[in-house]
Design a protein around this ligand. Sequence first.
Ligand code: NZQ
Ligand code: ZN
Length: 387
Amino acid sequence: MLGNFTYHNPTKLYFGKDALEGLGEELLKYGKNVQLIYGGGSIKENGIYQEVLEILLACGKNVIEDGGVMPNPTSERLKQGAALARKHKGDLLLAVGGGSVCDYAKAVSVSAYCDDDPWEKYYVRFEDPTCKIIPVGCVLTMAGTGSEMNGGSVITNREQKLKIGHVFGSDVMPKFSILDPEFTYTLPERQMVAGIYDIFNHICEQYFSGEDDNVTDYLCEGLMKAVVSASRKAKKDPRDYEARSNIMWAATWALNTLLDKGKTTDWEVHMLGQAVGAYTDATHGMTLAAVSLPYYRHILPYGVKKFRRFAVEVWHVEEKGTDEEIALKGLEALENWMKELGLTMNISDLGATADMIEGIADATRVMDGGYRVLSRDEIVKILKESL
Ligand code: NZQ
Ligand code: ZN
């Protein structure tokens, strides 16, 4: 049952080939000091940096450079970014990049004027911000996380070997996001497919929960089919605009507060993947791919009806045999598609070793919204099967 909820998503989107034209209009709404946040240099190579900089300068902005944000941004780096924003009185944090850059910008937005340690406050105690929040805008260059239209911000603490996400409220969500699918053309194939699996798994995390007849599940199935179809075209031709634009749009809708309506939602694959990421610093989508099948095979008996529906509706499995047999064929189809994309299918290929299993299990949060609340032994078993 859907139950009661309030729905509000404040992020304004500019989508398509000329989306960057919207930036000037947005910049008018903010003060002079813009902290320009980006990653390790891809935007300088593909020219997006120059395009954005020209618009900023034409709008008379004072640009505060904050480049070099790493994939899987760290708590140490967050402190530097927050100090920079405070020192230069940033009026807007403009993230130009993928989920890492966008997540980091949101974390900086709630940390610049926070007198507490932001890691402790937001990622250990999960408190809400109580200080002034600097607005965030985003120019997206990689499709996957949905960070462009949600309040999620994932930060890694390397010292403590923890990777934790805080989902902030609508006051932290980007005020606007620029989504030009052509900006994703220069992504290496490995990143493109990791992003595609991230999208697909965000949908799964929300779909594999509940037993009711819920409009959200139908939306999920449509989105999953769109992602599979577009992924095959994009893999064949990365410059297929139709495919890349479908992937970008699906990514945004997969995790922008729509698909969790009326759902308890699972997120255990993400908890396992993030714990693997804390130990290996591996690409997010690949960590999810590497643990997914052992996890889903393990929980299938507890959610057979939904796994059967997944097999039939998403993968068009013939309705012959027992429910469990049909459900298993759905997971086989999922596995075949993942291999076709070239995803990393085990955690040892991401740098995890058998002696890390106990530590990774310790770093895995147990969720209670899916079909099974995992015991520690079950987590260890799934991780061993993922090796
Ligand atoms: O750093 P640069 O040089 O920009 O290179 C990046 C990076 O190496 C590169 N890249 C991005 N756009 C490119 C490009 N290279 C060439 N051309 C382009 N157009 O791709 C690499 C990966 O970028 P990153 O931002 O790390 O990837 P992604 O978008 O997958 O973000 C991953 C982070 O988001 C978190 C993950 O945990 C991880 O820390 N997540 C955030 C979520 C949220 N906000 O809701 C949910 C997700 O489940 C996820 O946990
Ligand atoms: Zn994800």
